[in-house]
Design a protein around this ligand. Structure first.
Ligand SMILES: Nc1ncnc2c1ncn2[C@@H]1O[C@H](COP(=O)(O)OP(=O)(O)OP(=O)(O)O)[C@@H](O)[C@H]1O
Ligand code: SF4
Ligand SMILES: [Mg+2]
Length: 308
C-alpha cells in the first residue's frame, strides 16, 4: 500500500540544517498496522506529515498503491490518506459544531454530505445529538472520537495515527485503542500508529519500527521485537516498560536510557546511538551502521550484527 524510498526531510534553522527524517525506507502492506516508536523529537510526526503530504520531502520517494505521490497534490489521492492527531481540537475553531467539523473535509473536497455525519457518529460510538454540540462540551476521549470521525469522512484507506491516545486518561486509552482496532478491521484500513513507548503499540501493531534521531534502527513483527530485540536501543526501551504483573514488576531491575538524545542539528559521527549505547565499540563512533535484514522480516542497524 505504501512504499517509502530513502525519505529525507531537512529543515533550515538559520544557517544550519536540521535533519528530522534521515534516509528512511520501508513498506506497509494493505491491512497492516505498523507501529512507530521513539523518543520525543526523533522525527515520528515529521514522517507522518510527509506521508500525508503536510510536509514535502527534501529527498526520496513515497508511493501509494504503486503510484508516486511524493509531490502530488492529486485531490483524489489526498483523500485516501488521512491523519489523526494527539489533540485534534487544538487548532480548530471552537465555535464550529461537531456536525460542521465532520462535514468540513467533504465540503472542502466538494463531495455530497448526505447522512454521513450520523453514520460516522454512530461508527465511532457517539450519540446522534452530538452533531449540534460544540467541542468543549466533550471529554478528551469523546473529542478524539470526533477527530477520528472527521478523519474517516473522506473514506481513507490509509490512516496515520499520531499519538492518538497519549494525551488521554489511562482509563480511556484502552477504549480509543480498541475503537481504532475495530475500525481498522471493519473498514479494512491500513495504519501507521505512532506512539512514544512500546507498550502502547504492542497489542495493536502487526509490525513495529523503532526510530532514533530521524532513522529506523530496527523493524520487526511485533512478537519478534518483544521476544528477540536486536538493537541496544530497543532493548533499553523494552526494559523501561511497566510490566502488567505487579509481582514481576517488583522483582525486576529497571534499566533506563541515560541522558537525552543528541540534537538532530548536531548528530554524532558514526552510529546515531553511540553517545548513549552501553555496547558501543570503537567502530560505532566512525561508521554509521546500515539497516540490514537479520531474520525473516527483521531488520536492524547496528555493528554488533556486522559479522552475521
Ligand atoms: N517545521 C519545523 N521546522 C523546524 N524544525 C522542525 C519542524 N518540525 C519538526 N522539527 C524538528 O524536527 C525534529 C523531529 O520533530 P518531530 O515533531 O517529527 O518529532 P516527534 O518524534 O514527532 O516528537 P514528539 O514525540 O515530541 O511528537 C525535532 O528536532 C523538531 O524540533
Ligand atoms: S552500532 Fe554500536 S553504538 Fe550503535 S547501537 Fe550498535 S553497538 Fe551501539
Ligand atoms: Mg510528534
Amino acid at each position: 500500500m505504501i512504499e517509502v524510498q530513502n525519505l529525507t526531510k531537512t529543515f533550515s534553522i538559520g544557517k544550519e540544517k536540521l535533519t528530522a527524517v534521515n534516509n528512511v525506507s520501508f513498506q506497509i502492506e494493505p491491512g497492516e498496522i505498523l507501529g512507530l516508536v521513539g523518543e520525543s523529537g526523533c522525527g515520528k510526526s515529521t514522517l507522518g506529515k510527509l506521508l500525508v503530504r503536510l510536509e514535502r520531502p527534501t529527498e526520496g520517494k513515497i508511493f501509494f498503491e504503486g503510484k508516486e505521490i511524493s509531490n502530488s497534490s492529486d485531490r483524489h489521492l489526498c483523500r485516501k490518506i488521512q491523519m489523526i492527531f494527539q489533540d485534534p481540537f487544538a487548532s480548530l475553531n471552537p465555535r464550529m459544531t461537531v456536525d460542521a467539523l465532520i462535514r468540513e473535509p467533504l465540503v472542502v473536497h466538494r463531495l455530497p454530505v448526505g447522512h454521513i455525519v450520523e453514520e460516522l457518529l454512530d461508527l465511532v460510538g457517539l450519540p446522534k445529538n452530538a452533531a449540534s454540540r460544540f467541542p468543549h462540551e466533550f471529554s478528551g476521549g469523546q473529542k478524539q472520537r470526533i477527530g477520528i470521525a472527521r478523519a474517516l469522512a473522506l473514506k481513507p484507506q490509509f490512516l496515520i495515527c499520531d499519538e492518538p491516545i497519549s494525551a488521554l486518561d489511562v482509563s480511556i486509552q484502552a477504549q480509543i485503542a480498541s475503537l481504532l482496532q475495530r475500525l481498522q478491521k471493519e473498514l479494512n484500513l491500513t495504519y501507521l500508529f505512532i506512539a512514544h513507548d512500546l507498550a502502547m503499540v504492542r497489542y495493536l501493531s502487526t509490525r513495529i519500527a523503532v526510530m532514533y534521531l530521524g532513522a529506523f534502527v530496527e523493524i520487526a513483527p511485533s512478537d519478534m521485537l518483544f521476544e528477540k530485540p536486536l538493537h541496544p536501543y530497543t532493548e533499553l526501551l523494552l526494559a523501561s516498560i511497566h510490566l502488567p504483573n505487579p509481582e514481576l514488576e517488583r522483582k525486576r531491575t529497571r534499566v533506563f536510557i541515560s541522558g537525552d538524545p543528541p540534537s538532530p542539528l548536531h548528530p554524532p559521527p558514526g552510529c546515531p546511538f553511540s553517545t548513549r549505547c552501553p555496547k558501543a565499540m570503537p567502530i560505532c563512533r566512525i561508521e554509521r551502521p546500515k539497516l540490514v535484514q537479520i531474520g525473516e522480516g527483521h531488520e536492524v542497524a547496528c555493528h554488533l550484527y556486522d559479522e552475521l
